[in-house]
Every structure is written in C-alpha cells, then in structure tokens.
Ligand binder design. Sequence first.
Ligand SMILES: NC(=O)c1ccc[n+]([C@@H]2O[C@H](COP(=O)([O-])OP(=O)(O)OC[C@H]3O[C@@H](n4cnc5c(N)ncnc54)[C@H](OP(=O)(O)O)[C@@H]3O)[C@@H](O)[C@H]2O)c1
Length: 196
Amino acid sequence: MSRPTVGLVWAQAHDAAGRPVIGAGGVMPWHLPEDLAHFRRVTTGHPVVMGRVTWDSLPPRFRPLPGRVNVVVTRQEGWVPDDAAHPGATGTGVVVASSVEEGLALASAAAEESGSGQVWVMGGAQVYAAALPLADRCVVTEIDLEVDGDAFAPALAAGPAGGWELVAGGPGAPDDGWQTSAAGVRFRMLTYARRS
Ligand SMILES: NC(=O)c1ccc[n+]([C@@H]2O[C@H](COP(=O)([O-])OP(=O)(O)OC[C@H]3O[C@@H](n4cnc5c(N)ncnc54)[C@H](OP(=O)(O)O)[C@@H]3O)[C@@H](O)[C@H]2O)c1
C-alpha cells in the first residue's frame, strides 16, 4: 500500500494587517458550526496530530476526538492527557509523541494499520509550521472576519515559484466559493495540493 497522505486542516480569519488568524488566547475567536461539521467530515476515520496547546483548547467532553486516533505532540516527558486522570473520562485513543516527526510517523502507522490512508494535522500554529514541509495538501476554511489573534496559519506560497496550488474551491466556483453561515459570516473551503 502507498504511504498515507498527510493533510493540514485549519480555519482562518484575518487581522487588520491581513494576517491569517487561527487562534486568540488559546481558542478560536469565532463560532462557525458549518466549519466544525466540515472538520468532522474531513478527519473522522483518520488519525489526527495536534500540539499539546490545541489538545488543551478542546472542551474536555470532546476529547479525545471520537472516531480518530488522537496524536498529541509535547516536549514534556511523561505528559498524560488530563482526562485520563479523571474517573469516567476517556483517556483512551490518545497517543503521545515527543516531536512532530514522531507524531506523523505514529499517525501514519495507525493509518496504514486501519487502512484509512490519510493523516490530518489539526494544529495549532507551531505544529502546522513544522508539519507543512511534510504535507501533501491543505484544506483551509477562509472566514470573512477581521479579528485580533496571536496564532497564525502558515503561508502557502503559490504561483510558479511556490510549492502549493489551489485545486478546489475559490475562483472558478460559483460566487468564488463563498457561502454565508447561519451565523451570518461568509466562509469558503479551499483545498491546496503540493505541486509535484
Ligand atoms: N483555526 C484553526 O483551525 C485552529 C486549529 C487548531 C488550533 N488552533 C488555535 O491555535 C492555537 C494554538 O496554537 P499554538 O501554536 O499556540 O500551539 P500548538 O501548536 O497547538 O501546540 C504547541 C505545543 O505543542 C508542543 N510542540 C510544538 N512543537 C513541538 C515539537 N517540535 N516537538 C515536540 N512538541 C512540540 C509543545 O507542547 P509542550 O508545551 O507541552 O511541550 C508546544 O507548546 C490556539 O489558539 C488554538 O485555538 C486553531
């Protein structure tokens, strides 16, 4: 079987300077149910890799994310997910890795074992930046919202000299892919693939 593909999946708004905001104060500064459903559709059935800060940002009742091997990357020796210490909580389904490379390797092994064929990196900024050189594609939700943030998406260099091209969503799609959420904010889903 060929090696599992590695995808990055994130949602971004922008700040006043146009930088792609993915987080503020440890959380995502918006609520977009359509994006949460999209994230669930993309990742369910596949291992996910996340930084320890992103793990901490998940509401305890949602972690580990169900239906997915959750790989958490940390430099802390002996780190265990909090939830494992709580009676009745589900500490299972979590794999701890000491580097992003190790996290991707463990997730790839799990994807091969299950036959899922895909690994998804789900943040945050530090882990996206480290995983980008190893990724095959990026699935990005653009949110048409100006917001201050302290965590940012990695830059995807496009064009002939860049490594990434837009392969789905955006220009060419009806309304350039923009939809309006039930909450009123515009958003669109874009897929970038690494140029071969
Ligand atoms: N918009 C989105 O789609 C999205 C998705 C995910 C997260 N977010 C947001 O992103 C923000 C969090 O991002 P972040 O960059 O602060 O944190 P992060 O990438 O989630 O986690 C950083 C932590 O991961 C561990 N780590 C990072 N690089 C490592 C390496 N090379 N080797 C071993 N461990 C490593 C360290 O954990 P230790 O400190 O334990 O050593 C580090 O503190 C939050 O605001 C969150 O809400 C947004």
